[in-house]
Design a protein around this ligand. Structure first.
Ligand code: GLU
Length: 280
């Protein structure tokens, strides 16, 4: 049976673009008599607010979506992510990184003798790898001083996993190139997980068979595919959809107050009309 999910981060009110994403997942499941799950991605305590979680439930119910309870909230499952991180540690494919953001920029500039030449990946500057080659003693010493960011050694992990592919319903077979990102942070100093790790673990634990999400996350799937291989998970099918754009041709953002479902509702729009505005 097909299982899809909508996985918003409660960092603001849902807007028309997120309604499109939710309906996309919901309808994909409904068309094939499958199951639609809702998941709250609230690992970031600074950006996520409980009132936005309630607002997500309210807005989606208003759109006539339903989902099985209990809803998985990532903040309640840090143990699952810690266990996955431990598996990665045991495989020797993660390492602690003690660099500050400032140091990384300075190191990258020095490495290339010109900041504009530093390597850029799909997600911004690529980590120059400074902490990858610390000795075991140096690591232990620095870890004793406090928590660190944990980075995925992508080259090593990729060599271990071998060539990897995934399937997108709109694009066909895609080869994963996670090394383009460099050694991404997989668990943060302040939050012992990351978007990449928790989304991969949860899609596995929740038995998601079709991941639908915006095409802004297309390349992130390369990293998720690598994590699946390292953690021994099955790979779901994917469908990265275009982002819904406003009349100005721009994608909706959290700051677009007028496009929130709350504002649309207050302006007198019915749920039916909003579904239609989102193309459903
Ligand atoms: N939580 C992510 C977001 O709100 C989406 C994650 C996903 O669908 O993989 O952008």
């Amino acid at each position: 049976m097909i299982v899809t999910r909508f996985a918003p981060s409660p960092t603001g009110r849902l807007h028309l673009g997120s309604a499109f994403s939710a309906l996309f997942a919901y309808e994909a499941a409904r068309r094939e008599d499958g199951k639609f799950l809702l998941r709250i991605e609230d690992i970031d305590p600074l950006r996520c607010k409980p009132e936005f979680i309630d607002a997500i439930f309210e807005d989606l119910r208003w759109l006539s979506l339903d989902w099985p309870e209990p809803v998985r909230r990532q903040a309640e499952h840090m143990d699952d992510y810690a266990a996955a991180l431990e598996t990665l540690r045991a495989k020797g494919v993660v390492y602690p990184c003690f660099c500050t953001r400032k140091e990384i920029i300075a190191e990258a500039a020095e490495a290339s003798h010109a900041p504009h030449l530093s390597v850029h990946g799909p997600d911004g500057p690529v980590y120059p790898g400074t902490c990858r080659n610390l000795s075991a003693d140096e690591r232990a010493e620095k870890l004793a001083e406090g928590p660190a960011n944990w980075r995925l050694a992508v080259e090593k992990a990729g060599a271990l996993a071998g060539p990897l592919f995934w399937h997108d319903r709109a694009r066909g077979k895609i080869e994963a190139n996670p090394q383009d990102f460099g050694d991404v942070v997989i668990a943060r100093k302040d939050v012992p997980t990351s978007y990449h790790l928790s989304v991969t673990v949860d899609d596995h634990l929740q038995g998601i068979t079709l991941v639908t999400r915006g095409e802004d996350l297309l390349r992130a799937t390369d990293i998720h595919r690598l994590l699946q291989a390292l953690l021994g998970y099955e790979t779901p099918d994917y469908h990265h959809h275009p982002l819904l754009k406003g009349e100005d041709g721009k994608r909706f953002a959290k700051r677009d107050q007028a496009a929130t479902l709350q504002a649309l509702r207050a302006s007198g729009k019915t749920a039916e009309e909003v579904r239609r505005m989102a193309g459903f």
